[in-house]
Design a protein around this ligand. Structure first.
Ligand code: UD1
Length: 343
């Protein structure tokens, strides 16, 4: 049984991925600093899978984390590195925190991989690395453009570090960077979902918070973009589809099906959905009227971003099982269960 170390396993994507890995026969270890998550999520993972997981609380950006990892984990076959800060606005206000946390922890994880001759590595990247691109849908060969945030730059830098790392490495590590588009939705048991500690700025949590009455209205950030209905277009992907891609990527690398040492894959459905379409879908699937109004543009927003996912469907045999309708259904069910209706 292959043993996988998952960093940031108590987070939104990490927790869903732990479930998918266990259900696909992997043995897992979890490391999470819990600065932006809670380890009670592991109880729910146990309810779903029957498997007890203990988190090692560790801040991977700290000096001593490498020696702790080296002492504690010496039989690891693969690493999935989710642990990172992810607020765009916070990263603009506090760039050093983001460089320190996201880049230092990435380097420490690579050192750990190097020291232990680990065979497979997955990095959580983001479509934000494409930055202000004019070409749509985006494909993996496009050069990075200015991203407009420190968060985005940390993702670009980590991808660059990984690529540089291979120029001087002579052991058979295989790596995959997965560039996520917009993850949303929840586990079908509704035992796992997104539980941001700070008020969410992303669209789908903002929609569910409005529907449940935590916000009295949803503000659409601009309706004068050059898109189908004037609102921004994104590629929303169900967190279950996103999680499963990690399992396929690990199998691809551990079963020696990857010829290049380093590969990059877009991880999106490939379908552009506008803010208005997202709202209408939420309303019709859940039979709810949402209170919303048009506000000004949000600084740094791109008019449109959606994936060309040909590469991942072809090479990893990945195919999304969920549509925007199920994303909206599951996001709402999760919201209702974690916070009873406050209206
Ligand atoms: C944001 C981040 C991106 C990150 C991604 C993760 C910015 C500029 N970008 O992307 O780096 O990788 O989240 O999921 O923050 N919207 C509203 N009203 C709201 C909230 C959002 O109209 O209350 C709109 C936004 O203007 C945008 C769309 O909904 O057009 C999606 O927003 P969001 O969920 O924040 O995702 P991204 O902008 O794609």
């Amino acid at each position: 049984m292959n043993k996988i170390l998952v960093t940031g396993g108590c987070g939104y994507i990490g927790s869903h991925t732990l479930v998918d890995l266990i259900e696909n026969g992997f043995d897992v270890d979890c490391v999470d600093s819990l600065i932006n998550s809670e380890d009670k999520v592991l109880k729910n993972i146990e309810k779903i899978t029957g498997k007890k997981i203990i988190n090692t609380r560790l801040d991977l950006s700290k000096e001593d984390s490498l020696s702790i990892l080296n002492k504690s984990y010496n039989n690891i076959d693969g690493v999935i590195h989710f642990a990172a800060l992810k607020s765009v606005s916070e990263s603009v206000k506090n760039p050093l925190l983001y460089y320190e946390n996201n880049v230092k922890s990435f380097i420490n994880i690579l050192k750990f991989i190097n020291d232990n001759k680990i065979k497979a590595f997955i990095f959580s990247s983001s479509c934000t690395v494409y930055g202000n691109t004019r070409e749509l849908p985006v494909h993996e060969e496009l050069p990075f453009q200015e991203t407009g945030s420190t968060y985005g730059r940390t993702k670009q830098i980590c991808e660059q570090i990984l690529s540089d790392y291979y120029s001087d490495s002579n052991f058979p590590l295989k790596s995959i960077s997965l560039r996520y588009f917009n993850p949303a939705g929840a586990h079908p048991t509704y035992l796992l979902g997104e539980s941001p500690i700070n008020p969410p700025l992303n669209l789908i949590p903002a929609i569910t918070e409005t529907a449940i009455g935590i916000r009295n209205k949803l503000l659409i950030h601009g309706d004068n973009y050059p898109t189908k209905d004037g609102t921004c277009v994104r590629d929303y992907i169900h967190v279950m589809d996103l999680a499963h891609a990690h399992c396929l990527a690990l199998k691809h690398m551990l079963n020696d099906r990857q010829s290049n040492p380093l590969e990059v894959f877009n991880l999106g459905i490939g379908n552009g959905v506008s803010v208005k379409e997202a709202i209408y879908t939420f309303e019709s699937v859940n039979n709810i009227k949402l209170n919303y109004e048009i506000g000004p543009r949000r600084e740094g927003d791109l008019p449109a971003m959606y994936a060309d996912n040909t590469k991942i469907t072809k090479h990893l045999n990945w195919a999304p099982k969920y549509t925007i309708k199920e994303i909206m259904r599951d996001a709402w069910e999760w919201e209702k269960l974690r916070r009873p209706l406050s209206k």
